[in-house]
Each structure stands twice: as structure tokens, then as C-alpha cells.
Design a protein around this ligand. Sequence first.
Ligand code: SAM
Length: 255
Amino acid sequence: MKEHVARKRFGQNFLVDQGIIGAIVSAINPQRGDTVVEIGPGLGAITRPLLDRVDHLHVVEIDRDLIARLKKQYPRERMTIHEGDALAFDFATIGGKLHLVGNLPYNISTPLLFHLADYAESVYDMHFMLQKEVVERMVATPGDADFGRMSVMLQYRFHLEWLIDVPPESFDPAPKVQSAVVRLIPKDVAELNAKNHDKFAQIVRIAFAQRRKMLRNTLKGTLSDADFAELGIDQTARPEDLTVEDYVRIANHLS
Ligand code: SAM
């Protein structure tokens, strides 16, 4: 088959390190009948070992040349190819209890994580390779400079676990950044205590829109002095000083 030239615009850095590939597939630990969905199968580095372990695999790929290769390599009974943009893909159409996996294109990883968070109810677990800096933001704790909107929104909905550090040499072409593999497991619905999810998301968005500002400025018009006092939240705090639970309490106070 003709050699594929990696496309920068699709964030193509193909995994070539067999040790890392093996560690990722072991972490995913797929079982025969699982519904596994790989985002961006590319040249099949993770796809092939996954297919050794599951009966059928769903993949979502945007690059037409790669789609053509996949069609030649794998029969339809083994693989369903969803052609197009994962950012616009409705994952719930595949079904429930999804095991989502992927060495994600770094250029769209943040919007993609927010998109995927919307499907938490259809998801069993997710394992993703991301830029290490993104994983740092995902798992950051209050007070960390990295603690931001993404940390709050993902930690509210998922249990997160940093699994494997991956150096640039594990890819071809090598990216300029370090990478890491992270696991996300949706929390039980009973654990989600925001009364109104949209309100919660809105408060988090407003608070972090100007992250250098104190909450009394960013949430002016949303929380009165009395509200701050009732909630026991310091008006001079900055958005990264509050916990996920604090944001839930603010949203519930207003709901
Ligand atoms: N899984 C392969 C591997 O590990 O070697 C490829 C990983 S590469 C970092 C990212 C893959 O995602 C590429 O195959 C790329 O074409 C695909 N991709 C990029 N943007 C996409 C999008 N918006 N929707 C679906 N796939 C996309």
C-alpha cells in the first residue's frame, strides 16, 4: 500500500512504540462483546491490537485516504467506519455502555473533550492519549494554576486517572510536546448533585471567563453580598480557588 504522508491539519502523529501500544490496550482491557469506539484510528496502531480482543470495532475517522485504507484492510463484519468529524459525531447513535478510546488529534482535543462529556450517560469508560499539558489541566486541583473550566466540568462528571506518560519518540512524526494517557469513568448519576446542569455550566463559564479577576467582579450581578455570605464564599477569591463542590453549591443556590 502507498505510504501515507502524515497530515498536520488532522493532528496526525502515529504511534509506533509497541510497548506503549501494548500498555494502552492492556489499560483499556477490552472484552470480546464490548462496544469499543476508536476516535481517529489513523494507520491502525491501536486498532489492530483492539481487533485481536473484540469481535467488532467502531471507528470515527475524518481523513478520506485513511478511510480508504481501513476499508481495504478490514471487513465490514469486523469494523464499522463512521466517516467524518468526531466533533460533530453523535456517539449515542452507536448505543450505550461505550468504551471510547483514541490517540486524539491534539489540535481539537479540548473541544472534543467537552463534546464527549455530553455523552457521559452513554459511556462506560474512556481512554485517551492527549498532550500532557491537557491532562495536567484535567486533573488539576483547586489552587493550581492549571485548575480551570475544563478541570471543573470534567471532574464533576467523571473520575479521572492519569495512567501513562508518553515521550515524543513514541510517535512518527514525533510531536513537539510530551503526551499522557488518561482514563475517564462517568460518575453515577446519584453522585451528580447539581440541580440544574445548565446553570452549573453557566456559572463555571462566567467565573473562568476572566480568571485573573476576583469572584465579586466576575459574579457581580449573579451573586449578591448576601448570597456570598450565605454560601460562605470569599468574594475576593479567584475562580481557581473554589472547589467543584463550591460551584455546585453556587448553582444550586441560584436554581
Ligand atoms: N490512532 C492512530 C495512532 O495512534 O497512531 C492515529 C492517531 S493521530 C494522533 C489522530 C487521528 O485522528 C488521525 O487518524 C486523524 O486523521 C484523526 N482525526 C483528526 N481530526 C479528526 C476529527 N475531527 N474527527 C475524526 N478523526 C480525526
